[in-house]
Write a protein that binds this ligand. Structure first.
Ligand code: RB5
Length: 152
């Protein structure tokens, strides 16, 4: 798979380690994040990475900020994006199986690198289950149609 990764200044080191891990798992990574600890704005990175996922530049995305929350909030403002904050591998598996999350996010100040790797692996190995879950995702997209203007 092709995977977009994005991060703010809280996570250049974790991003590098996750990029390496994702490559070891056999995937291609596109880096939309920053590579220094100079202060930057996570909404810009989250939106840019999310737009690229929504346009089909990659199969999915991984976003990292201090908590994973701010960057996922920004990503979720982009039409077609279902970004989920995960702090454990069970949640990461379920957000793929049930929510077909096309982006996961986590916090460099919340999880350690081994937990982050287990989150990434659980997400990448899981499959969307469809069925009743698809019907609920369709309902989310109905909300999106009325609440979010076309922004691609
Ligand atoms: C940056 O200090 C921090 O606010 C940001 O990385 C993130 O945690 C926001 O949700």
């Amino acid at each position: 798979m092709k995977i977009i990764i994005g991060n703010d200044h809280t996570a250049p080191q974790m991003k590098q380690e996750i990029m390496q891990y994702v490559k070891e798992l056999g995937h291609e990574v596109i880096n939309y994040g920053v590579d220094t600890t100079d202060s930057c704005d996570y909404p810009k990175i989250g939106a840019q990475a999310a737009r690229a996922v929504a346009k089909g530049e990659a199969d999915c995305g991984i976003l990292i900020c201090g908590t994973g929350v701010g960057i996922s909030m920004a990503a979720n403002k982009v039409r077609g994006i279902r970004a989920a904050v995960c702090s454990d591998p069970v949640t990461a598996r379920l957000v793929k199986q049930h929510n077909d999350a096309n982006i996961i996010a986590f916090g460099a100040r919340i999880v350690g690198i081994e937990t982050a790797k287990s989150i990434v692996r659980a997400y990448l190995e899981a499959e969307f289950e469809g069925g009743r879950h698809q019907a609920r995702i369709d309902l989310i997209h109905e909300i999106e149609k009325t609440e979010l203007p076309e922004n691609l």
